[in-house]
Design a protein around this ligand. Structure first.
Ligand code: AR6
Length: 182
């Protein structure tokens, strides 16, 4: 685990399972339809309970599919977190992946901030089933965090966790954070 600070906010990079993390909000790498069938999304529903999928279905029924970069919140069910924030990352090859990832992170933090949350945990959005190269994703996700803090100096968010599931992805995020925040 590595801890960095940026403008008085803690940025924690750790290898682990996001469903086990202590944070007010954990972020899910979702799809536009909030059908949590695979990857980190399936792990979140498996551990948090089907109530997360049910609330997700309600959101889709009411508002229609999400856009890439949008973020919405549901209950966290049995998880330690207060809420799950679902955001949609880009699929590699669709174009503008960097800005879409920045937007997904920014909108997730904005939603957490609107609920007065002090901590938020992100997985490596888009680096699994959506195949975005890890280096590109790490640069964009950390840029999103940095831009949000720059533009929202009074945010309630004191701590941002980056929870990486594999050693190789953890190593890339750690070196990008060292360069940017170290
Ligand atoms: N904790 C933290 N990270 C995890 C965990 C976990 N428990 N499990 C997997 N990862 P993915 P995407 C990592 O595929 O690429 C879903 O089906 C994994 O190693 O979950 O944005 C959605 O419903 C990878 O680095 O998300 C969408 O359809 C990262 O999480 C689609 O996949 C993201 O991998 C979204 O694809």
């Amino acid at each position: 685990m590595d801890v960095f600070t940026y403008k008085g906010r803690e940025i924690v990079v750790l290898k682990g399972d996001i469903t086990e993390v202590e944070a007010d909000a954990i972020v899910n790498a979702a799809n536009k339809y909030l059908k949590h069938g695979g990857g980190v999304a399936a792990a979140i529903v498996r551990k948090g309970g089907d109530i997360i999928q049910k609330e997700s279905n309600k959101i889709i029924a009411e508002y229609g599919p999400l856009e890439v970069g949008e973020a919405v919140a549901t209950t966290a069910g049995n998880l330690k977190a207060k809420k799950v924030i679902h955001t949609v990352g880009p699929v590699y090859g669709e174009g503008d992946e960097r800005n879409k990832l920045i937007k997904a992170v920014y909108n997730s933090m904005r939603l957490a901030d609107s609920m007065g949350f002090e901590s938020i945990a992100f997985p490596a959005i888009s680096t699994g089933i959506y195949r975005v190269p890890v280096g590109l994703a790490a640069e964009a996700i950390t840029d999103g965090i940095q831009i949000f803090i720059d533009e929202n100096p009074d945010t309630s968010i004191k701590k941002v966790l980056l929870v990486l599931y594999t050693t190789s992805i953890f190593d890339v995020f750690r070196s990008v954070c060292k360069k940017k925040f170290g």
